[in-house]
Each structure stands twice: as C-alpha cells, then as structure tokens.
Design a protein around this ligand. Structure first.
Ligand code: NAD
Length: 477
C-alpha cells in the first residue's frame, strides 16, 4: 500500500477550513497577494532572521539533511530547483498547476521553512532522527524546503550549556517557524537539581509560556490492525478509533488567581484554585476545534460541567455561539463525567472533543490510553495566528523512556506523526502531512511493529527496531 497523496510544493491557497493558514512566500503571487519572506515569525524584526550563529553553545547545522544522522541525503527541492519553470513539478510528478490555482512562483522562491529540532533526552535523539528522515523523504517528494537546525534541550542542554533551555536554543526557537521537540527529563538525574531547574519545568513549561501556546491538539488513532494493543474489548473499537482531543492550555484552574494555600486558624489550612475563563479565551479555542472538525468527520463534542460550574455555563454558551459560524459541523455538549465514561464505553462516537484545560488534561490521557501505546501518539501545541502564520510546538505524548533509550527499541511513530502535524498546522502543507500519515498506515499494514505494538499472536507481524520502522515509513512516503 502506498500513499498517493499529492504534495504542496508551495502552500495551498484555499485554506478556509484550516485551523491555521500558511503564509505565502516572498515573490509568490497567490490569488493576487504577495507573500513575505517566510523566514521570520510574525512581528519579528528583520534583523532576527535566520543567521545561524556559530558560537560553542550555538545550535549546530553541520549535517543539513539530518542532524541526527551522519548518512547523507539528497533534496527533492534541489533536483527541481535547477530548472526555472513556472510549471513546477514536484517529485510526485503531478503538475502543481493542476492543483494550485493562480500561482506565479519562480522556483528560487519555492517555500522554505525553518524548524528548530530539539531532541532532548533518552529516546529523544533516536526518534527525532527517524522523524527527520521521514521529513527529508517528504521534502524530496513534495518539493518544499526545510531548514532543520538542532539544538540541545533538557539534560542535553544542562550538559552542554548549563541549563535545560540554553539561551541559544531559545533564540533558535524564536527565529524558527516551528519547534519539533523530542522529550526531556531523566528520572535518575532530575532529583539532583532544584525543581525549577529541572528539564520539564525549565524547558518545556518555559517554551509553552514563552510562545503563548494555548491550543493542544492530540489525535488518537488506533488502526484496526493494532486492536490487540488497545485495552478495550474489540467490539468496542468498531472499525478503529480516531479521535482528536482539543484542549485549552493556558487558562482555567491551572492559572487562575488567587491560587494559594493559606492558614485559616486552629491549625487548619485552606487551598484555593480559581477557575477563570473569558469569552475570548473560549472563542479562540472553539474556533480551532470547529476548524479541525471541518477537516475531519464534522462532529464536535464540547465537554463542560454546566450543571455545576459557572465556567461550564459560559463555556457552553460561547461554544454554541461560535458553532453558528460552522454550520457543517454537528455540535453536541457533554458533561465531563459522562464524557469520561463514554470514552470507555463507545469511543467511536467521538470525532473532535473540545475541553477546557483541566478536563482536557484528564480526558486527553484517557483517550491516549485507547491509542495502544504512547509511542503512537503525537501532539501539537499552537500559539496565536498572526496574520497568516501560526507558531507551533510539536512533540510526542510520551516521555524520554529511559528504560528503552539507546537500544533501538523506541517506537518513532509518535515523533513522525508530530512532524506531520507540524507540516499541516504551521506550514499548511496538508497533502505532505497526509502523505506521512498514509506512510505510517502503510508501514503498519505491512506488518512492521516495534516492541510496544508487537504481539506474537498477530500473524504477519514483524518485530522491528526504531531505525527499521523509520526506514519503512520514509520508503512509503
Ligand atoms: P515515559 O513516557 O517516558 O515512559 C512510560 C512508558 O512508556 C515506558 O515503559 C516507556 O518505555 C514507554 N514508552 C514511552 N515512549 C515510548 C516510545 N516512543 N516507544 C515505546 N515505548 C515508549 O514516562 P515516564 O517513564 O514516566 O517518564 C520518563 C521521563 O520522561 C521522566 O523524566 C519524565 O519527567 C519525562 N517526561 C517528559 C515528557 C516531555 O518531555 N514532554 C513527558 C512525559 C515524561
């Protein structure tokens, strides 16, 4: 089975259905609009454009193809960029003129994207290597250009530059179009340093805050072939589970003030957390969820606790109002307790689930358990869309898995699917993202299984390592 998705050598132009919209490249005239350089984040001064500095702690780009691999690659973009033709043809041989309207884009302006690749600790570098391999295969097929620059983070950052998020790494992120992240933290080393300096707090939470990442998207997909890896009985799995959890990430009880523990006399104390949401906060996450639903099976289930919480009442009102802008999407509302139960009883009823921060924290992990393995679950955290550009942070749902690190045992699919989400949500390369997702499905259909999704009872399944799984997916793109 082979992915037959077309490619987007330049971003598509009819993006109304997308949660985010790509920005046109400099010199590209798309439906009469002329694009910017595409190398900066919105609002970033010109002088901060990618000039990869070269001091000792500076992110390196020695191996431009795959900084996590010494093996050389070739780029599709270079193959086609030699020809100056308005009738661009990407490596998949489908003339772009058939798929993209009104594009006058000289090849020297073909779209390029800057990616900060922060592999981190444990299995991070192994799975990142495979994700970059797949991205390079996609680039070769689809004719866009990715500048992938690696930088240390987590313990790798502490060991090279004295902190979990070195200044140079943060600077790289700021001048990049998206961050592809591995995972950070090592349980045997974390307790040796103060809490606030530990990788998850000092790097992960800092990045989320720094870039205002308010929307977390976690797709959970259990193909039928992996039914054995799901804790639910097969009859509850239908034709496979395919759910997208959209979680608000910066509001609600985790951040509302006051937030404290205080003495109330008599040797007693009182803990206070405050749940706060404003209409704009609800509106912006609701738009993300409805737009995502439009691209899927057009069903949105909004989770709240409107029977008890004022927040729930406002949440329901605002989501209902936003839903009027999306008549094609069927909206229903569910109390969170029922939602938790329905996920276990009949997960196939869900398409997109929209939650506030705390409910989303819990339900996204519950839904993740249905996906069979942490090694299969990607995630995207999106910031504000500025003009036509959305900054995103893409990471697997799992951690550094020190128990299997360095042994070629890790499942790279979560990292590879995170890269696909990056192409879709930050770069608007929908077909390229779909090509990666189809390639993952093809590798699974061909029986490739890393240890976490392998069952000796499954006929035709072959147990493979991290590298072989990455090779199979790259070959299927
Ligand atoms: P973990 O996700 O690293 O591992 C839990 C289990 O899942 C392990 O058995 C592991 O082998 C397995 N697993 C995870 N990813 C896998 C993959 N790709 N392929 C196959 N199996 C996989 O969680 P943990 O053990 O609780 O945490 C380990 C470290 O990771 C801790 O230091 C923790 O703080 C950190 N962590 C980091 C992040 C992050 O960076 N976003 C998230 C969670 C945990």
């Amino acid at each position: 089975m082979r992915a037959e998705a077309g490619c987007d050598a330049v971003p598509q132009t009819d993006q109304e259905n997308l949660p985010v919209v790509p920005w046109p490249g400099k010199g590209c005239v798309i439906d009469g609009r002329t694009g910017g350089s595409g190398t900066n984040r919105p609002g970033e001064p010109e002088e901060q454009k990618s000039s990869h500095a070269s001091n000792q702690n500076q992110p390196s780009q020695q191996n431009r193809d795959n900084p996590f691999e010494s093996r050389p690659h070739h780029f599709g973009i270079e193959t086609v960029a030699g020809k100056r033709s308005k009738r661009i043809q990407c490596a998949c041989k489908i003339p772009l003129s058939l798929r993209i309207k009104k594009i006058d884009c000289p090849l020297q302006f073909m779209k390029s994207f800057n990616i900060a690749a922060l592999a981190g600790d444990g299995i991070g570098p192994e799975v990142m290597r495979e994700a970059v391999k797949v991205l390079r295969a996609t680039e070769m097929k689809c004719g866009f250009k990715l500048e992938i620059t690696e930088a240390p983070v987590g313990w790798a950052g502490i060991d090279t530059a004295g902190k979990a998020l070195p200044d140079a790494t943060l600077a790289l992120c700021k001048r990049s179009d998206a961050i592809l992240f591995g995972s950070v933290g090592l349980p045997d080393r974390d307790p040796m340093i103060p809490k606030e300096e530990r990788p998850e707090r000092a790097a992960l939470l800092r990045i989320r805050k720094e870039f205002g990442l308010f929307a977390n998207l976690r797709p959970v997909k259990l193909p039928k072939a992996l039914a054995h890896a799901c804790p639910l009985a097969k009859e509850r799995q239908g034709d496979g589970i395919d759910i997208l959890v959209v979680r608000e990430l910066t509001g609600g009880m985790y951040f509302g003030q006051p937030k404290k523990i205080e003495d109330i006399g008599g040797g007693n104390r009182r803990a206070i957390d405050t749940m706060v949401y404003t209409t704009p906060e609800i509106e912006r996450i609701a738009h993300i969820a409805f737009k995502a639903a439009q691209l899927r099976r057009k069903k949105l289930t909004s989770i709240d606790k409107a029977n008890v919480l004022e927040n729930g009442i406002l949440w329901r009102e605002v989501v209902t109002r936003v839903g009027r802008d999306y008549p094609a999407v069927a909206l229903d509302h569910m109390f969170v307790d029922n939602g938790a139960m329905q996920l276990m009883l009949r997960p196939t009823q869900f398409d997109v689930i929209l939650c506030e921060n705390m409910f989303g924290d819990i339900l996204s992990d519950e839904a993740a358990a249905l996906g069979g393995s942490l090694g299969m679950l990607p995630s995207a955290s999106l910031g504000a869309t500025n003009g036509s550009q959305t900054f995103g942070f893409y990471e697997p749902a799992g951690g550094t898995a020190p128990d299997i690190a360095g042994k070629d045992l890790a499942n790279p699919i979560a990292q590879i699917l995170s890269a696909a989400l990056m192409l879709r949500h930050s770069f608007g390369l929908n077909d390229a993202a779909a090509a990666i997702e189809a390639a993952v499905a093809a590798a699974i259909a061909a029986g490739k299984r890393t240890g976490d999704i392998f069952s000796p009872d499954e006929s035709g399944a072959k147990r493979v390592g991290t590298r072989e799984m990455g090779d199979a997916i790259a070959a299927a793109v």
